[in-house]
Design a protein around this ligand. Structure first.
Ligand SMILES: Cc1cc2nc3c(=O)[nH]c(=O)nc-3n(C[C@H](O)[C@H](O)[C@H](O)COP(=O)(O)OP(=O)(O)OC[C@H]3O[C@@H](n4cnc5c(N)ncnc54)[C@H](O)[C@@H]3O)c2cc1C
Length: 442
């Protein structure tokens, strides 16, 4: 995000538009500071994109109040979504859906009824050359450094630079290349981790260098002008991008999901493994380090540690594994993902963990437990993905899904930390009892 700000600053400078970056230590001071700057610069109006998390929404309401007091207009728009929250609601109740499929129908309907939702805006017009001298001070803003505790080693910096080119031009090029090359095969390839058949655009969506509107606009053009009923790969990709809107709509309609609470209140009574127990720390550390002895889980967690990215199918597998095989509270996994992921996004991350832990909207039923070995056999049958990420097994020529205890010892690869069949039964019982206990909780 910081690198993208650097690119944006240069692009805007080319149009004689300054980019001012301000770091405000205390969240509560943000509204006052922004309005104060607007007044200093003689700006009449502030435009901002809506953020749906409760603290951020509250901040923007305060900015509106502050602006009213001090004669500066404040306009907050829904531009991180294609369709603004509140527009896709059930006919019967007028409320937000808690299931994706009917919501997606309403989303497509909203887009066909209101073509303006998929109209791209032109870039801002350039300022006159003289702005560089009359407003010289505004062009001196420095970019912030990495926050404390988030610094990167030289090797990490290099890896991230290579993997994730910054800025909206890089995003546009990646989108065009995906739509013309991999897009048509997306439905068939998206779940196979060794192929990388997905767009890899999530870091751009999350950094704000690609808007969902732009992505859907171009995908529709590549799909013969259709959002659905066109080519299967592109139809599916458009519907996947919509999941991002869906989880934002969920956050806007059910703000309790960003207050550390499950979507379904009864799920709050599940008794997870106690964080103070030694078993908790052994299991959580093994999961984070990719040393659980389950090859697919370990490969995915090691990719996350190195590349700060993980394919969607594997996010579901490792999330399910944490809650339903290791019995660790999904919120700890959610937090770890948020700290690690290059595409970290509250609504999508919370939605994904809600799905896998069964505590969210439109979830996997609690009694459905991913079998990490069966998932590996289905999506990485030849073990190519596992060999890429699990160093110990790189030279192992056997079937990674049938590796024996003796072979594990020989290659220095850990034993399975738990027995899946047993933990699955324990998890179902743990969920059943917790939900029963939580009934009536509102
Ligand atoms: C436990 C878990 C945590 C997740 N955390 C995040 C997160 O922090 N940030 C994030 O952007 N996505 C998250 N996802 C969703 C999904 O895994 C990523 O968006 C996807 O893997 C990004 O890769 P891509 O850009 O190649 O996706 P593609 O398959 O090319 O999809 C295109 C875009 O559609 C959107 N999208 C696709 N699938 C989903 C989905 N299930 N939910 C929401 N949006 C989706 C993303 O914006 C993605 O970039 C999470 C999923 C799970 C199961």
């Amino acid at each position: 995000m910081i690198r993208s700000l650097g690119v944006l600053r240069e692009v805007l400078r080319g149009r004689r538009i300054p980019l001012w970056v301000e770091v405000v230590e205390n969240r509560k001071d943000v509204p006052q500071r922004v309005v104060q700057l607007a007044r200093e610069w003689g700006a009449k109006r502030i435009y901002a994109n809506m953020e749906y998390e409760v603290d951020e929404a509250r901040r923007d309401v305060r900015m509106l109040e502050e602006g009213m007091k001090r004669g500066v207009g404040v306009e907050v728009v829904h531009d991180t979504c294609v369709v603004p929250p509140g527009r896709c609601v059930t006919k019967a109740t007028g409320k937000m859906f808690a299931v994706y499929s009917p919501w997606y129908k309403a989303y497509l309907q909203a887009l066909s009824q209101d073509p303006a939702l998929l109209t791209l805006r032109p870039p801002p017009a350039a300022n006159p050359e003289s702005t560089l001298t009359t407003r010289a001070a505004l062009f001196t803003s420095a970019l912030p450094s990495l926050p404390p505790g988030k610094t990167l080693t030289a090797e990490e910096t290099l890896t991230l630079h290579e993997l994730y080119p910054a800025g909206s031009q890089a995003a546009a090029a990646q989108l065009a290349s995906f739509l013309t090359q991999k897009g048509r095969q997306y439905a068939a390839d998206r779940n196979t981790p060794s192929i990388s058949g997905t767009s890899g655009l999530s870091p751009h969506f999350s950094a704000g260098t690609l808007s969902a509107r732009t992505a859907v606009f171009h995908a529709r053009a590549a799909n013969s002008g259709k959002l659905s009923g066109g080519q299967s790969g592109l139809d599916m990709w458009i519907s996947e991008v919509a999941w991002r809107d869906f989880y934002r709509h969920v956050l806007a309609a059910f703000p309790h999901v960003c207050m550390h609470k499950p979507f379904k209140p009864s799920f709050a009574s599940i008794l997870w493994l106690a964080p103070s127990s030694p078993l908790h720390s052994t299991r959580f550390s093994a999961w984070k380090a990719g040393r659980t002895g389950f090859p697919l889980v370990d490969a995915a967690m090691r990719q996350l540690a190195k590349e700060k990215f993980m394919p969607n199918r594997l996010r579901m597998v490792v999330a399910s594994f944490l809650c339903k095989d290791l019995h660790i509270d999904w919120r700890l996994g959610e937090q770890y993902f948020a700290e690690q992921l290059v595409d970290g996004d509250f609504a999508s991350n919370n939605g994904g963990w809600g799905f896998a832990s069964s505590a969210g909207v439109d979830p996997q039923p609690y009694f459905r437990v991913f079998n990490p070995t069966a998932q590996g056999l289905t999506w990485d049958a030849d073990g190519a993905y596992v060999r890429t990420w699990v160093e110990e097994l790189r030279d192992y020529r056997g079937d990674v899904w049938k590796i024996t205890e003796q072979e594990r010892r020989c290659y220095g690869y850990p034993r399975e930390i738990v027995e899946h069949a047993v933990q699955r039964r324990v998890a179902i019982e743990m969920y059943k009892r917790g939900i029963e206990r939580g009934k009536g909780v509102v």
